[in-house]
Design a binder for this molecule. Structure first.
Ligand SMILES: C[S@@+](CC[C@H](N)C(=O)[O-])C[C@H]1O[C@@H](n2cnc3c(N)ncnc32)[C@H](O)[C@@H]1O
Length: 374
């Protein structure tokens, strides 16, 4: 019998939303492996499916042979597919276990892990189960472990609460990425406190019956990310970019370049960043911020054409704007990064200049000492 999750996996083969989510998940796995210490890297994946997220990365990653991974998946067919792929890739350190991932007993011997994947789980269980799983994750983690998780942002959006729960459990957020034009999001968190002792037999979650799953309940899933009319009209009355949020220089040695600007031009650079403040002419009590920064060559934002500088424009509704620009033929990044400083997306102008689009949060207190603009 084909189980429902085998059918679900076929969505990957059709391309589209799930494939774009996979690309983000794989990028986050790659980043975790890139910075892993020398020696064995332990990984676990809960409800791993056919494991294509991890295996797809290991197929090309120089640390692949260092990875000792346990992928736990209840569907025998999906686990068997994963095993076949791991064998074809000659990855003896990767094992698929056909079992119940919701009981921590199944992870005995595989944890504490440096990389924990919880992808495609949080949309299928109760909010309470999401919360208690996040609370127990430090028991599965080695020091400074990375957790990669996913959740759809269908209404009511649970991701703000999930991000809070991670912080409350001792993690610091590394990234939170929205797949533009979809409800999908991918978070990564790093354990910032001491790991906790592993306890076997802790029940983490229970998959709900299909009709009760949060991911299926909301008929409004695809609506999020669709541009409302006010931003979809090209050259509309309402400005899409409302100010300059920042100017960035690509640099081989950002600290040195930043020092040059501080010493030669007196820009109040701290580290590699200066925050210049100004007052809104329309609401004089409101202080705005424009950032100057030297960014490393390999920063995510530069895009494939690797421009040498980038202007950041303030916008009001990034999640609506990016899909609208894409429909108008603009080359737009497939994701939005959502950090403490707001939401960020990227696009190219017709001459290939990279631009960053920034939706500041309602309240923003930059970490740097502000420098008033004249
Ligand atoms: C939404 S899919 C996610 C698969 C994979 N992590 C991904 O993101 O592509 C959920 C997977 O969880 C598996 N699953 C559901 N309950 C499980 C459980 N208690 N233990 C292990 N796997 C489970 C399903 O068989 C299915 O493959």
């Amino acid at each position: 019998m084909t189980d429902e999750w085998v059918a679900w996996h076929r969505r990957y083969d059709r391309g589209g939303d799930l494939l774009r989510r996979l690309e983000v998940v794989q990028q986050r796995i790659r980043e975790a492996l890139d910075v892993a210490r020398p020696g064995p890297i332990r990984a676990v994946s809960l409800c791993a499916g056919d494991g294509r997220d991890l295996l797809g990365v290991l197929a090309h990653h120089p640390r692949a042979r260092d990875v000792r991974a346990r992928l736990v998946e209840r569907s025998p067919e999906l686990a068997a597919r994963g095993r076949r792929r791991a064998a074809a890739l000659r990855l003896p350190g990767v094992e698929f276990v056909t079992d119940d991932a919701s009981d921590t007993r199944v992870l005995e011997g595989a944890v504490p892990a440096d990389l924990v994947l919880v992808c495609g789980v949080f949309g299928n269980v109760t909010d309470g189960d999401v919360r208690s799983t996040v609370r127990h994750l430090p028991e599965l983690c080695a020091a400074r472990a990375t957790v990669v998780w996913t959740r759809g942002r269908f209404p009511p959006d649970l991701t703000p609460a999930i991000r809070r729960w991670f912080r409350a459990s001792g993690f610091s957020e590394r990234s939170f990425t929205l797949v533009t034009g979809t409800t999908m999001s991918v978070g990564t968190a790093r354990l910032a406190t001491a790991p906790r002792r592993y306890r076997p037999g802790v029940r983490l979650f229970t998959f709900l019956p299909a009709a009760e799953r949060p991911s299926n309940r909301s008929r409004a899933r695809r609506r999020l990310g669709r541009a409302p009319a006010r931003v979809s009209a090209p050259r509309g009355e309402r400005a899409r970019a409302t100010g300059i949020g920042g100017v960035f220089l690509r640099s081989r040695d950002p600290a040195r370049l930043a020092r040059w600007y501080r010493d030669r031009l007196g820009v109040a650079v701290e580290g590699q960043v200066a925050t210049l403040t100004w007052r809104s002419p329309r609401a004089g009590h409101r202080v705005g911020h424009t950032v100057w920064a030297a960014l490393a060559d390999d920063d995510r934002g530069w895009g494939p054409r690797r421009a040498s500088a980038m202007v950041n424009y303030r916008v009001r509704d990034l999640e609506a704007l990016l899909p609208a620009l894409r429909r108008e033929g603009v080359n737009v990044s497939p994701t939005i990064e959502w950090g403490f400083a707001g939401k960020f997306g990227w696009a190219d102008d017709p001459e290939g200049n990279r631009l960053e689009l920034w939706e500041p949060p309602r309240r923003y207190r930059p970490p740097e000492r502000p420098m008033p603009m004249e």
